[in-house]
Design a protein around this ligand. Structure first.
Ligand SMILES: Cc1cc2nc3c(=O)[nH]c(=O)nc-3n(C[C@H](O)[C@H](O)[C@H](O)COP(=O)(O)OP(=O)(O)OC[C@H]3O[C@@H](n4cnc5c(N)ncnc54)[C@H](O)[C@@H]3O)c2cc1C
Length: 306
């Protein structure tokens, strides 16, 4: 068996690369031929939607995708889709009953994330810090009932420099502020610019209470990621970043979409919307479950790993 790993993270010592290397090493130990491609070092142009690929099976864009990656993908014995499962059914597979069923399911909430590059360090903030609001219940209603955000939202700050100094230049800091918000819902349209502005003000106010009064003067760079951005740039249905499918009783266990497609028998799934569920530990477990399934099914079909 040939196993191709597409390494998409630009961080050479990051978790994504580490996990993929471990996976490929194990596959190699079991007898597979493996190859890892550092996607960030390749010349890959954006899709121009010429649709020639659909009509003639060729991509007219002259880049590394065409000359190096597509030929390797064509060698694949099985495909494991890690992109959001409802998106794969809706956008990458021919329309069918499954995508209609997925429309009716419940989706997890979303997150409004603000990343700050700061030219000053704030040791008052640890690696993980959570700020809760007084009226927690009202905040949850705003997220889950109104698909919006409360006036005094809870938020979490991630300050990676505390344990990884390479996350910012010496004397500088990076904060990622995550605010829980509702997912995209046509029946509850939101003005995300206004909500982002409210969230920023709440964060500054709460930081002032713990003695951080000058942070606005030290923000050198800012990126905000509203729910629409999760959907547009990462293909996460409705911007529901914790899943995307929610964890209610009828969407767990056997009821959750299975990790092998019923029709395309060599198409497998991993990630938050298949078994066992969402969140990093479960997503890693889903990778393990699908690997075990592929190995046992390939063996049953009489295929060796090489
Ligand atoms: C701000 C935030 C904080 C979080 N905190 C935690 C936490 O503390 N603990 C925890 O357990 N979980 C946390 N989560 C949830 C966790 O990140 C998700 O449950 C998990 O990342 C889902 O993994 P996944 O592999 O299903 O999807 P993703 O991590 O979204 O990976 C899917 C990948 O598919 C790629 N993709 C999309 N379309 C295509 C395509 N057409 N072709 C190829 N690739 C494609 C995407 O670029 C993406 O890299 C957090 C999420 C957010 C947003």
């Amino acid at each position: 068996m040939f196993v191709l790993g597409l390494q998409g993270s630009p961080r050479k010592k990051g978790n994504t690369r580490f996990l993929l290397s471990e996976f490929l090493e194990e596959a190699q130990r079991l007898g597979a031929k493996t190859q890892m491609i550092e996607v960030c070092q390749k010349k890959i142009e954006p899709c121009m939607e010429y649709v020639l690929c659909e009509k003639k099976g060729i991509c007219p864009i002259d880049d590394d995708m065409k000359h190096e990656i597509y030929p390797l993908l064509r060698k694949a014995d099985v495909i494991v889709a890690n992109a959001d499962l409802p998106y794969v059914y809706r956008k990458l597979l021919p329309p069918g009953r499954k995508s209609h069923r997925l429309d009716r399911l419940k989706y997890s909430c979303s997150a409004l994330v603000i990343h700050w590059a700061l030219d000053k360090q704030y040791p008052q903030i640890g690696h993980h810090s959570t700020f809760l609001s007084d009226d927690f219940r009202a905040g949850l209603d705003k997220i889950f009932r109104d698909k919006s955000m409360g006036d005094d939202p809870c938020f979490y700050i991630h300050a990676p420099v505390r344990s990884d100094p390479s996350a910012a230049p010496a004397g500088c800091d990076t904060f990622s502020v995550a605010v829980g918000v509702g997912h995209l819902d046509g029946k509850h349209p939101q003005d995300w610019e206004r909500l982002t502005s409210i969230a920023r003000k709440v964060v500054f106010k709460k930081l002032k209470r713990i003695g951080i009064t000058d942070i606005e003067d030290h923000i050198k760079f800012e990126i905000t990621v509203p729910p629409s951005e999760w959907e547009e740039s990462l293909n996460i249905s409705r911007g529901s970043v914790f899943g995307s499918l929610a964890h209610n009783i009828f969407q767990m266990g056997y009821f959750r979409p299975h990790n092998r497609d019923g029709r395309y028998r060599n198409l497998y799934f991993t990630g938050g919307s298949t078994h066992p569920g969402n969140g990093i530990p479960m997503v890693l477990l889903s990778a393990r479950l699908v690997s075990e399934r592929i190995i046992s099914e390939q063996k049953r079909e009489g295929k060796k790993l090489q």
